[in-house]
Design a protein around this ligand. Structure first.
Ligand code: UT7
Length: 329
């Protein structure tokens, strides 16, 4: 049995230039800035340019992470992309990222992972296990999304929520005990597909066709909200218990950014004040698998997260899928 731990040695993120404000949405739809802000905490979100794909967003974030780590893409052992909005049905977005990063010298494995908004936590858990087992030393893990492409812009119950972006981390094997990813916890419950899903797919015998309503994300938000609050409360307790920790020992909550009210309820469960929660939902909206690494990178770069800090990362999304990762920075 190896004694390796997966330590995060670099992070990066990318947001498309175009900002879509609540005011602009309110000028097109039956909604208001006030409703969106009070119900969700969102003020604006980013929208990818026409020729900008998920792999492009992913590459920008990855390049920043590689730069922070001070390593070349050709020293990676694996590339993992968590996304629910891949460039193409195949090949995997991760393979396109590999080519765009020029990480082609060693024919390393590259694959996508689909767990919707929990995708980055799932990918982190997979990468952590490759490193713990000694099968890989350095892994690039990305969460990247162009959610704007799966949105029905006439549906005010969903289109106000989502945005585009990407975040990335580099995990590296480390023999120092008690650093890096301390534990990951993953769950799924396939009973709830009707509450949150994107219609359309190859196996359903239909190409994605927005004109027929295929390819659009549909959500029964209020029901998803209740399940999210409950699942996240449970996973916070599970994570603390598995590590023999008291909630007061967590320095930072880095949550999935779906709705400020969900985040507030998780923070309350942890007895945390909101100044110990990394919040981006106001400026990013819900970027699905990209939201946790985007938030993480922001707090790393502005110096809030410091060596030795204990971070709790968590996410909940379609499936339902949910998970957490406890990280000693
Ligand atoms: O990341 C994956 C996980 N996703 C989530 O966690 C999302 C979870 N859900 C949510 O964040 C919230 O449920 C929403 C923000 C989507 C909705 O907030 P809510 O407080 O649950 O509102 P609601 O769905 O119960 O709707 C309340 C009212 C309805 O009107 P009536 O039936 O009371 O007359 C809606 O039609 O608000 C109406 N409404 C809107 N009004 C203005 C729904 N969307 C809008 C809108 N502007 N954009």
């Amino acid at each position: 049995m190896s004694t390796f731990a997966a330590r995060i040695i670099g992070s990066g993120s990318y947001l498309p230039q175009r900002i879509l404000s609540n005011a602009e949405l309110a000028s097109r739809l039956d909604t208001t800035d006030e409703w969106i802000r009070t119900r969700t905490g969102i003020s604006e979100r980013r929208i990818a340019a026409e020729q900008e794909f998920t792999s492009d967003l992913a590459c920008h974030a990855a390049q920043q992470a590689l730069q922070m780590a001070g390593i070349s893409a050709n020293t990676l052992d694996m590339i993992l992309v968590a996304t629910t909005t891949p460039d193409l049905v195949n090949p995997a977005t991760a393979v396109r990222v590999q080519r765009k990063l020029g990480a082609l010298q060693r024919q390393i494995p590259a694959f996508d992972l689909q767990a919707v908004c929990a995708g980055f936590i799932y990918a982190l858990a997979v990468a952590d296990n490759f490193i713990r087992s000694g099968s890989a030393r350095r892994i690039l893990v990305i969460g990247a999304e162009t959610m704007s492409r799966a949105i029905d812009w006439q549906d005010r119950t969903t289109c106000i929520l989502f945005g585009d972006g990407a975040g990335a981390v580099i995990l590296q094997a480390d023999q120092q005990p008690g650093v890096g990813i301390l534990s990951t916890h993953l769950h799924a419950d396939g009973q709830y597909e009707d509450l949150l899903r994107t219609e359309g797919g190859i196996s359903h015998g239909m190409l994605l066709n927005p004109l027929s309503g295929q390819g659009f994300l549909r959500m029964r938000g209020n029901e998803v909200f209740k399940q999210a609050v409950k699942a996240l409360e449970e996973i916070v307790d599970q994570t603390l218990e598995a590590n023999g920790l008291d909630k007061a020992q967590i320095d930072w909550l880095v949550p999935h950014q779906a709705n400020i009210r969900i985040i507030q309820s998780t923070a309350k469960r942890l007895g945390m004040t909101m100044d110990r929660v990394v919040l981006t939902v106001d400026r990013h909206g819900n970027t699905s698998a990209a939201s946790v690494p985007l938030a993480l990178d922001e707090a790393v770069r502005d110096g809030r997260i410091q060596p030795g800090h204990l971070l709790l990362l968590e996410a909940f999304g379609g499936g339902f899928t949910w998970g957490s990762a406890l990280v000693r920075w």
